[in-house]
Design a protein around this ligand. Structure first.
Ligand SMILES: [Zn+2]
Ligand SMILES: [Zn+2]
Length: 110
C-alpha cells in the first residue's frame, strides 16, 4: 500500500476522492483559496481553481505550506512535469514567467 493510502486509512478514509469530499478538506481548501487571493500561483488566472498538494507527507493534516492554488490548466501541467513533484509548481511558475518575458516577434515593415 502506498504512503498516501496508508495515511488516508489511518484517518478513516477509504479513497483519496472520499477525503476530497470531507469537511476537513473542504475547510482547508477554502482557506488556501482565500490566502491565495483566488488566483493561480503560476499564471494568476482566476478561473477553475484547484488546491494542489505540494506534498502528501501530511495528508489529512496538511499545513498551509503543503498546499498551493493552481488553475485547472496549471494543475494538470504541474502533475505532468517530470522531476520532483514537490517543486513542480515552482518550476512551472518560472516557466510561465519566462514565457511572458519574451515578446512576440515584432513585425518588420519594409
Ligand atoms: Zn494557472
Ligand atoms: Zn495536484
Amino acid at each position: 500500500m502506498d504512503e498516501r493510502l496508508a495515511r488516508l486509512r489511518a484517518f478513516g478514509f477509504v479513497t483519496y476522492e472520499q477525503y476530497l469530499r470531507s469537511e476537513i478538506w473542504l475547510a482547508r481548501r477554502s482557506r488556501a483559496l482565500q490566502v491565495s487571493g483566488w488566483v493561480c500561483f503560476c499564471c494568476e488566472d482566476t478561473d477553475q481553481l484547484d488546491v494542489h498538494h505540494i506534498t502528501y507527507q501530511r495528508l489529512c493534516q496538511e499545513r498551509p505550506e503543503d498546499l498551493v492554488v493552481l488553475c485547472r490548466y496549471c494543475h494538470r501541467a504541474a502533475h505532468r512535469l517530470p522531476g520532483d513533484p514537490a517543486t513542480a509548481h515552482l518550476r512551472l511558475r518560472d516557466r510561465m514567467r519566462g514565457a511572458q518575458d519574451h515578446q512576440p516577434p515584432r513585425q518588420t515593415t519594409l
